[in-house]
Design a binder for this molecule. Structure first.
Ligand code: ANZ
Length: 955
């Protein structure tokens, strides 16, 4: 119990105490559940017969749904949930049909790891965690439509995740039409000859495997042999983010190799342009838009072909085609397919010993170097500061503008996954090429004239000269000269020349890669894919969905010798032979098939969950089109449609938000939804931080046990240091919402979290400050209820001018703050009003008390509901109209306006100094003295000089 529960409370039996809050909150939570208070009607169902309801504007308000972690919630987690709840409640009270609910993103690695350790099925631990979190969330009084909640692990949900996978699998991107289309349309084009097959053979001449191959090159979900991070020690592939800078697994510190494994991918790159362009229509924080733009990384440049004798062309991607005359060597990514084809049997005569690395032959050098490169992560390979390594391939290529023979190297600073995996190196003007050229004693040529006085001889430079402002030099052949041109013009000129000679073309390159979609995990959605005896992938028919996760004996991936890169992962699902090997009739009679045994990545379930909220029980289609159109469809100011407000942490800038946008666009293209963006407005809440106290050894000590003395901090007598950090179990500073609810009640917690500061700013938690909001509620209570008798004290008289001013100013300010999500200042205004009313003394007028309660209702819904009931209302406060301010009382100062009729003063009006001419004219004409003076005469003219004078000339 807190210090506020003193002996005085015994004497005041109806004071607002923690015990009373607990009673009020539990009662109203039960009531809301029983009444379905927060159930949002749909236009086809509940709304269909209710035109008034159907005419309401809608608001679809969402939080990023949580992963049900075993640790439960600390007070930092609900910050966003409370904010969306306050906002949703205010929107409900201002005439909107509000959809607000919360589900669970429940597939995930922690439950699987727990299963590996304890043998508990992930579903069991996940469901227990969800129950715990639901109880924690329920206590906060969040106004969620619980009918619409679900978890991504529900088979009725992932059935549709699998269904969407099939839609994506069964479609291709028609670049001419600029949208996805059914794969059957493409097949028809091949069949009719309208579109040529990649190798030119007739479609009829291709066998089933060839056709599957061709279509696989177009499908938006396709299997390919992609180089991935393979950790035999862990038995699984890893995302780039899970690999450390020295190329080892974050977990377990095992070596990680680049291995080519057959994996599913999503062709998100087909949407790169639209994902970029459509950002313009979204109401998102600029910082997040920028991160998406950078992640997509559009670069304009050129592809240029460098012929290699007898081995075809090496095509490079460059953004600086203007520097072509300065390309003095080339580099292929070590994994590049061309490497095998270009290496000669022996070193060419005179090959520099630094280039050959002392190896006996190019083949030997390449093999050794590839091994070394495979052990590094892309991040590490790209690091600016590191020494450049590489080896000569023994081959030379021809620079197409200068005709010069330039040596071809492999080096790990060129990545296979970007551009063409090959570069022309311009050491004079590119920092990495410069470092490499210095290390390998390669020639450099200056082709962009330095503007810093260093001269044009790169052999004496200390670094590369790079500028877009300078002029080209040393850049001419018999047909084209760039000398004297600026970079932009030089680029245009050389691109034109390359194109005319058929040795290159201007292109756009994206940093964005296709999305690797397979995981060697158990706890994820199974793929609705089977393979026939030829290894051809077949989609399961819709009637076979959901394909449920089978039971397995062992959830862990198999581990291998950590150093053996040649092993292959063994997925947990593959161990269930009965499930894997099946006889199915896919329309052409029963046949034997083998199931795909990878599972989908964690992101899949969160790619479309907003749609399921709309129509959670639909088992016939993804979402009813009318329902989707109503809640998410495009409308004025939201040309792509989408959720009206989506709140979550800024850490989801790219992956989740990009993947969800991609799925929306595919579903939109295929005609399943009218919206083409999932989230119209995005808002990032700040973090709740907490002090971390550490002892002399740097070990965190329990924050709750730390005492403060004269500005220093002590734990068990020992002085400890204090820094602001994250809140969490490991830092021993976590505070749970349950603790605060127990000590003060949920309404106090809600107020405190909203009052801490602007929502988008991080703020330190301070348990000692929570009581301030508790006291606000006590004063509010005392203003309406007699603490001794429990009787409502309001009177039915009209309030005085002073109170009216305070009230309407608060109504005006709080309403605007809530609409603008400035909940901290809204609370400050409620506090000010409440203090004013306390000071005025005496019983509150009913009209004031009621409006005060309505103002507080979005923030502290339980106490508001209780007071509303006690004030004599039988319907819930949740659906009342939010009070509207009377502008006459809102203005701080008024000025006196003189109204003349025929030159004689007939009235004096107290009005706002900022009143408009029209409003002033209307006020003047409505004044009873003016009406009397006019005495029914018409009006010839009204001269308005706001705010001081109105002159009325009667007809
Ligand atoms: C010649 C050149 C000269 C370049 C110069 C730059 C400066 P962005 O802007 O990020 O798209 N590059 C191309 N493919 C690469 C790969 N697979 N791995 C590593 N580097 C690669 O960068 C494009 C530039 O990055 C390209 O332009 C190429 O180097 C390099 F003064 O070509 B440039």
């Amino acid at each position: 119990m807190s210090e506020t529960n003193t002996a005085a409370e015994v004497a005041a039996p109806h004071r607002y105490t923690a015990a009373m809050a607990a009673d009020i909150e539990a009662r109203w939570q039960d009531f809301w559940d029983a009444e379905g208070t927060y159930e949002a009607p749909n236009p086809t169902g509940d709304l269909a017969g209710d035109p008034a309801l159907a005419a309401r504007p809608k608001k679809f308000i969402m939080d990023m749904f949580p992963y049900p972690s075993g640790a439960g919630l600390h007070v930092g987690h609900p910050l966003g949930y409370i904010a969306t709840d306050v906002y949703a409640r205010h929107q409900r009270m201002t005439g909107h049909n509000v959809l607000h609910t919360l589900g669970f993103d429940a597939f995930g690695l922690p439950a699987e790891q727990y299963a590996v350790q304890t043998g508990t099925h992930p579903r069991i631990s996940t469901e227990a965690n969800m129950e715990n979190m639901k109880a924690q969330l329920r206590r906060l009084g969040l106004g969620h439509d619980k009918r619409r909640s679900f978890a991504t692990i529900d088979a009725e949900y992932y059935r549709w995740t699998q269904w969407i996978f099939l839609q994506i699998f069964n479609s291709w991107y028609d670049t001419e039409a600029g949208r996805a289309r059914p794969i059957a349309d493409l097949e028809a084009q091949f069949e009719s000859g309208e579109r040529a097959t990649p190798d030119g053979r007739a479609w009829a001449a291709l066998n089933a495997a060839d056709r599957a191959d061709v279509l696989g090159q177009y499908r938006l979900a396709y299997a390919s042999d992609a180089p991935v991070n393979w950790s035999p020690g862990l038995g699984t592939v890893l995302a780039n983010e899970e690999v450390t800078a020295d190329g080892r697994s974050e977990r377990g510190n095992f070596p990680v190799f680049k291995a080519k494994l057959r994996q599913w991918n999503m062709r998100i790159t087909a949407y790169a342009d639209r994902l970029l362009d459509d950002l313009d229509d979204l109401d998102w924080p600029e910082a997040i838009k920028l991160q998406q733009r950078n992640w997509i990384g559009r670069s304009e440049g050129a592809r240029v072909d460098f012929p290699v004798d007898g081995a075809g062309d090496i095509t490079v991607f460059t953004t600086r085609q203007d520097t072509l005359f300065g390309a003095t060597y080339m580099v292929l990514a070590p994994e590049h397919d061309l490497v095998e084809r270009i290496i000669p049997a022996a070193w060419p005569e005179g090959a520099h010993p630094v280039w050959t690395g002392g190896h006996a032959s190019p083949a030997e050098a390449v093999t050794a170097y590839r091994k070394q490169a495979a052990a590094k992560s892309d991040v590490e390979r790209q690091a600016e500061a590191k020494d450049k390594t590489g080896v000569f391939t023994g081959a030379y290529a021809t620079n197409p503008v200068s005709g010069e023979k330039v040596p071809v190297f492999i080096a790990d600073y060129v990545l296979m996954g970007y551009g063409t995996g090959a570069i022309m190196a311009v050491p004079a003007h590119d920092a990495r090429d410069f470092a490499f050229a210095r290390a390998f004693e390669l020639p450099m040529r200056c082709v962009v004239e330095p503007s810093d006085g260093r001269g044009t001889d790169p052999s004496v430079w200390e670094d590369a000269f790079s500028s877009y402002e300078a002029k080209l030099v040393n850049s001419a052949n018999d047909e084209v000269s760039l000398d004297g041109l600026g970079v932009v013009d030089a680029k245009a000129r050389i691109t034109e020349w390359l194109q005319s000679r058929g040795v290159g073309e201007g292109t756009v390159n994206f940093r964005l890669r296709d999305w690797l979609f397979s995981r060697q995990r158990y706890w994820g959605e199974p793929f609705p894919i089977v393979y026939d005896e030829e290894g051809i992938a077949h989609p399961l028919p819709e009637s076979m969905l959901p394909l449920e996760l089978p039971e397995v004996e062992d959830y862990s991936p198999r581990t291998f010798d950590p150093e053996d890169a040649d092993t292959q992962p063994e997925t947990p699902l593959s161990r269930n032979a009965d499930w894997v090997n099946v006889t199915l009739d896919l329309g052409d009679g029963p046949k034997k098939y083998r199931r795909e045994t990878n599972t989908m990545p964690n992101w899949a379930g969160s790619c479309w969950y907003e749609l399921r909220y709309l129509d959670p029980y639909n088992d016939r289609r993804l979402v009813d089109p009318e329902v989707e159109q109503y809640w998410m469809g495009p409308r004025e100011g939201q040309p792509s449609g989408g959720v009206d407000l989506y709140i979550g942490g800024a850490e989801h800038a790219v992956l989740h938000l990009l993947y969800a946008r991609f799925w929306s666009k595919v579903l939109h293209d295929l005609g399943h939804i009218s919206s083409s963006e999932p989230f119209h407005k995005l808002y990032n809440q700040g973090m709740i931080q907490a002090f971390v106290y550490r002892d002399g050894r740097g070990i965190a000590v329990p924050a709750a046990e730390v005492e403060e003395r004269d500005g220093a901090y002590y734990h068990q007598g020992e002085k400890v240091s204090r820094v602001l950090g994250k809140m969490g179990k490991s830092l021993k500073n976590a505070v749970t919402p349950d603790e605060i609810c127990g000590e003060y009640g949920a309404d106090t917690l809600r107020l405190y979290e909203m009052a801490m500061g602007p929502l988008d700013v991080s703020r330190p938690w301070d348990t000692r400050a929570v009581v301030g909001q508790f006291r606000l509620l006590q004063r509010l209570w005392r203003n309406v209820v007699d603490e001794e008798t429990g009787e409502v004290t309001v009177v039915d008289t009209e309030p005085g001018e002073d109170t009216l001013r305070a009230l309407h100013k608060a109504i005006d300010g709080v309403g605007q703050d809530m609409a603008g999500m400035r909940f901290n200042t809204a609370i400050a205004k409620v506090t000010e009003l409440n203090n004013h009313l306390t000071k005025t003394g005496g019983p509150l007028e009913r009209s004031v008390a009621e409006r005060l309660v309505l103002l507080v209702a979005p923030l502290a819904p339980h106490v508001a509901e209780e007071l509303w009931r006690r004030l004599g209302h039988s319907d819930s406060v949740v659906h009342q109209d939010f009070p509207v301010a009377d502008p006459a009382y809102v203005v701080d100062e008024t000025v006196t306006c003189v109204v003349q009729v025929k030159g004689k003063v007939r009235a004096r009006l107290e009005i706002s100094p900022s009143i408009s001419d029209e409003d002033l004219e209307a006020l003047a004409l409505a004044d009873e003295n003016v009406v009397a003076a006019l005495d029914g005469a018409g009006i010839r003219k009204v001269i308005v000089r706001a705010p001081k004078l109105v002159n009325i000339v009667p007809a």
